[in-house]
Design a protein around this ligand. Structure first.
Ligand code: NAD
Length: 506
């Protein structure tokens, strides 16, 4: 891959010197280097935001808000529609950049940009549907209704594993809702953030609109901490680990702000005796090793009916042995690298710890001896008493548990503090209905005969408990980015009070 030419095509070449400060990106702070996780090579080094730069960014977002909130919502949608067109033009290159910097295989890198395009289309439609309810008033000649108003600058903190799509979930909906965004991207994927921010800023400038999309790129987590503590930012949407969410959630709550938290998952799949095992095997392998096990929705706990466990695990092992692990841009490769050396060490430590807790290695478990952060996709037979089952190890490490009755399987499934994604494979209506019932899966996403990962943008995405409770992307997730106002109008000449209260002056 010709990296300088890719960066040139994405308009980044000129922005990468430490001395450069584009108008949309105040950067005078410490240098940050972006690395290719498949080779360990440095891709580019550039300056990041200082606290003083951050102040400029917030001031610009506040000023944009004053103008942007007065633009009619469908006209705000036009900006997003134009961003969708620009993304379509740059899809191939932007997808390659995701592959290069985040280590996703080509089709997943392209898929992530497609997700942004889908979000554009969704948000454009939403811009004409920011509906409020009309409510029957109990008083004569009164009208009661609610309306939705823009909220203010929104802080968007994102993780490395969806370096562009999660920005789109937040920033594009926020834009049609009338809110500018301040994006604090992962320090592992700054080039992706620069490319997307530049594209969005260029469209704003061409349309002579205020700068709606701001970037605050810091060399560490400090930009996220500034947003969490900042009273000028009424909503902070944060995607990342439970550790990060706990900190951001507490900081934002301490100033009575709003947070939208999309945190770690620890997802399970139940495979029953009646399941189509070939379908289940395909879904399990994609969910467990896709994106090298670095999705919040990655399958980490497989719960198989005892009578089919040997056969099913045997089929998985066969599939794992045929997986190509390697450079994510090469054809045929299905598993790329982990994001960093630390991530490799964390996975190897988790395998050791699981062994100490009584798990048995079925396949994998080692680092692959080559440049870059490569590990073997791993399966371990586990037991319900293991503390490791309750943790998210962000790597392709799958624990297998067995069960006898469906109630036992659901109890095992729900016995973790996270609650993001879940699935059951079954041909029995009774089993699938029980899994989806109030006594079934406790997660925000529950699937039947589909794996845990690969959600569509049309649904509300998010999870319960330690996953944070936030919902983003589709359905009515837009409401998080607006403030609701309940209005009552009296067109009569009397002043009746609600609940029959009398207060009459002499
Ligand atoms: P991370 O928590 O290390 O970092 C995420 C972002 O938060 C980064 O931008 C980082 O700089 C910032 N940050 C870290 N600590 C912070 C703090 N104390 N205050 C403010 N900001 C802080 O996560 P990661 O390693 O980049 O991503 C992997 C994690 O993200 C996994 O746990 C994964 O499940 C989760 N994730 C969740 C979703 C979801 O939608 N639920 C989506 C993607 C990733």
């Amino acid at each position: 891959m010709n990296i300088p030419s890719l960066l040139e095509r994405l308009g980044l070449a000129g922005t990468l010197s430490a001395a450069h400060a584009a108008d949309w990106l105040p950067t005078t702070g410490a240098p940050l280097t972006s690395f290719n996780p498949a080779s360990g090579e440095a891709l580019a080094t550039f300056a990041t935001a200082t606290r003083a730069d951050y102040e400029q960014v917030v001031a610009a977002a506040q000023e944009s808000f004053r103008a942007w909130r007065a633009v009619p919502a469908p006209a705000r949608g036009e900006l997003v529609r134009r961003i969708g067109l620009a993304l379509r033009e740059k899809k191939a290159d932007l997808g390659l950049l995701v592959t290069l910097e985040a280590g996703k295989i080509i089709s997943e890198g392209q898929g992530e940009v497609q997700e942004m395009i889908d979000m554009c289309d969704f948000a454009v439609g939403q811009s004409r549907q920011l509906y409020g309810l009309t409510i029957a008033s109990e008083r004569p000649r009164h009208r009661l209704f609610e309306q939705w108003h823009p909220l203010g600058p929104v802080g968007v903190i994102t993780a490395f594993n969806f370096p562009v799509a999660v920005w789109a979930w937040n920033a594009l909906l926020a834009a049609v809702c009338g809110d500018p965004t301040i994006w604090k991207p992962s320090e592992h994927t700054p080039l992706c953030a620069l490319a997307v921010s530049k594209l969005a800023a260029d469209v704003c400038r061409e349309m002579q609109l205020p700068p709606v999309f701001q970037l605050c790129l810091t060399a560490d987590q400090s930009g996220g901490e500034w947003l969490a503590a900042d009273e000028r930012v009424p909503l902070v949407s944060a995607t990342g680990s439970c550790r990060m969410g706990r900190s951001v959630g507490q900081q934002v709550a301490a100033r009575l702000g709003r947070s939208l938290l999309e945190l770690g998952g620890n997802n399970g799949v139940i495979v029953t005796e009646s399941a189509d095992l070939e379908l289940a095997a395909q879904a399990v392998v994609f969910a467990a090793v896709g994106t090298a096990g670095q999705r919040c929705t990655t399958l980490r706990r497989l719960i198989v009916q005892d009578s089919i466990a040997e056969t099913f695990v045997g089929r998985l092992v066969q599939a794992y042995h045929s997986l190509q692990v390697g450079n994510p841009w090469e054809e045929g490769v299905l598993v790329g690298p982990l994001i960093s050396e630390i991530a490799v060490e964390q996975m190897l430590a988790a395998v050791q710890q699981a062994k100490q807790e009584g798990a048995r290695l079925v396949t994998g478990g080692k680092r692959i001896a080559r440049a870059g952060n490569f590990v073997e996709p791993t399966i371990m037979r586990a037991h319900s008493g293991m503390s490791m089952l309750r943790q998210e190890t962000f790597a392709p490490l799958l624990y297998v548990l067995t069960y006898n009755t469906l109630d036992e399987a659901i109890a095992l499934h729900n016995d973790v503090p996270q609650g993001l994604s879940s699935a059951i494979f079954t041909d029995s209506v009774r089993e699938s209905e029980r899994f989806l019932s109030p006594v079934g899966s406790d997660c925000g996403l529950a699937n039947v005969n589909i794996g845990t990962s690969g959600a569509e943008i049309g649904g509300a995405f998010g999870g319960e408990m330690e996953t944070g409770g936030g919902r983003e992307s589709g359905s009515d997730a837009w409401k998080a980015y607006m403030r609701r106002q309940t209005c009552t109008i009296n067109d009569g000449d009397a002043l009746p009070l609600a609940q029959g209260v009398k207060f009459e002056l002499e």
